[in-house]
Design a protein around this ligand. Sequence first.
Ligand SMILES: C[S@@+](CC[C@H](N)C(=O)[O-])C[C@H]1O[C@@H](n2cnc3c(N)ncnc32)[C@H](O)[C@@H]1O
Length: 304
Amino acid sequence: MNVAKTKTYSFGSSSREAHDASEFYSRNIHDLDLLSIISHLNTLSTKAQTRIIEDKPSQDWVNSIYCHTAEDMVHIPNESVGLAFTSPPYNVGKDYEDDLDLVEYLNLIANVGAEVYRTLVTGGRYVINIANLGRKPYIPLHSYFYVLHTALGFQPAGEIIWQKGKGMNGSCAWGSWMSAKSPRLRDIHEYLLVFTKEGFSRPDRGESDISKEDFMSGTLSVWNIPPESAKKVGHPAPFPVELAEKVIKLFSYKDDVILDPFCGSGTTCLAANRSGRSYVGYDIVAEYCDLARARIAAESVCLE
Ligand SMILES: C[S@@+](CC[C@H](N)C(=O)[O-])C[C@H]1O[C@@H](n2cnc3c(N)ncnc32)[C@H](O)[C@@H]1O
């Protein structure tokens, strides 16, 4: 009997030999009814353009991790954030995820996108790290993200392939071995989708602090950065601090506020703090909010 030895992992990622993906394929994300979300987007984009949270002194709301849904970022005044960088839940069954159908999932992403739009300054950027899912069928999440965020008013400004490994070892989920019967692609990359609000350049002149080498490599569309260990960080799906630092230095000025609406273990906020910028993070899991605060506090002590 052929026994499947591993299954889709709810914490970090697993070995792929004899992989049992039935749990992943039984999830609601495979119920595809994209059309039903499109009509909702017009309402959302109007909401994004008309909601007003009054300005208040930045010390009253920055450098905080809010344990609150990012669908309602009530703490952040309009047009006060220079860059948002995030990795949303992928809805694949990680510890923190509900089993949403695709429409519910994209509604969450759209509600958060509308709030990010409201909080960004003119020319501000929203960079989203996302991976596509599955093989039978392949779920091109990143293409849905383009449809959704452009409908909200964002303008696409480019796409970075985050190459996480060389691929000669690791995943063995190649389908039919050395046969054209059913070969399957093994992903060694994720995407960073770059969106802007109201134009492609910042109308304000701020101070940048990127080195020549980092600018040269950062403006190339493929970034080679190893993934972060879930076990080491204590969160099921952290991205590396190096990735967040690279995004922050390339896309924000020194005095910008950096937002992560799905901040998890606080990697973006940690990188912002390390780069001398203010940050704001949101997560709905209290344990992750505590972890994010602890990671930043530990580093702040070391920096003093
Ligand atoms: C992919 S993880 C982010 C990981 C993060 N980049 C890091 O390095 O640790 C997505 C996070 O979104 C959070 N989340 C899910 N729904 C949310 C919501 N409505 N508002 C805010 N955070 C949410 C989850 O708890 C999870 O920690």
